[in-house]
Design a protein around this ligand. Structure first.
Ligand SMILES: Cc1cc2nc3c(=O)[nH]c(=O)nc-3n(C[C@H](O)[C@H](O)[C@H](O)COP(=O)(O)O)c2cc1C
Length: 226
């Protein structure tokens, strides 16, 4: 399987990528996959200019001549696109959002209405066999609502979607928290194996991965230094 990993953390030592790294390790245990990791922050990806030149040309390319067209080539070829990023203001970091916006050359202007009434653009490439995995970490403890906007956006934008949203991820890079971080990272490795076998994760596995490492009140006390 060709896997394109879009690492959206701007940091060298990403909390989120620690989970992604272990997930990929598990995934590669089932079978050796071709994994291509893009550190999006290192790429030149201008914001979409909204010109719709891509829809005039209908060639699957963006008219802006920066790094995005190379990423679109990889996007088209990939069987699995793994988005790994921290939650920023309840969404994805802006440099990654620029990349997402500029995938519209892979769609047509033509609109399709689904049976449930939703409307989307017809795809220019075959997305039906592509899978999307979103692994998102965040700094808040677990609370209802923190990931809502992101979940909604990803459901609208991606097909064959599996999503894992993990609270308290700064703890993954704190050596003193290893006693709770290591079991979570081990669970990510197991989840990678599961995904490699079935191209999906069971609700139980997702629930395990999204379970806070420590209770909300304890986390807030530690962050506040009290
Ligand atoms: C600009 C900015 C916005 C953030 N917004 C949120 C947020 O909305 N919710 C949240 O829980 N954490 C938020 N965080 C915290 C990060 O998601 C958290 O520190 C994460 O562990 C960083 O992951 P990384 O090391 O992979 O980049 C924000 C951090 C930054 C720098």
């Amino acid at each position: 399987m060709k896997i394109l990993v879009l690492n959206g953390s701007p940091k060298k030592k990403s909390d989120t990528f620690r989970m992604t790294d272990r997930f990929l390790k598990g995934l590669n245990q089932t079978q050796e996959h071709e994994v291509r990791i893009i550190n999006v922050i290192e790429k030149k990806i201008a914001p979409c200019s909204g010109c719709f030149g891509c829809w005039q040309n209908m060639d699957g390319r963006c008219v802006i001549g920066d790094d995005q067209n190379g990423i679109l080539d990889l996007y088209r070829e990939a069987d699995l696109i793994l988005w790994s990023f921290p939650l920023y203001c309840y969404g994805m970091p802006s440099h990654l959002k620029a990349l997402l916006d500029r995938t519209i050359p892979l769609l047509k202007m033509k609109m399709i209405q689904e049976e449930d009434g939703t409307v989307r653009h017809e795809a220019l490439v075959d997305f039906s066999k592509k899978h999307t995995l979103v692994l998102c970490g965040c700094g808040f403890p677990d609370w209802e609502g923190n990931f809502d906007a992101l979940r909604m956006q990803c459901r609208q934008c991606f097909g064959n979607l599996t999503m894992v949203c993990v609270p308290e991820t700064p703890m993954l890079n704190v050596p003193a928290a290893a006693v709770v971080a290591d079991p979570l990272l081990a669970a990510f490795e197991e989840a990678g194996e599961e995904y490699g076998r079935s191209l999906s994760l069971s609700p139980e596995t997702i629930a395990r991965l999204e379970t806070p490492m420590i209770p909300k009140e304890a986390y807030i006390r530690i962050v506040n230094g009290i």
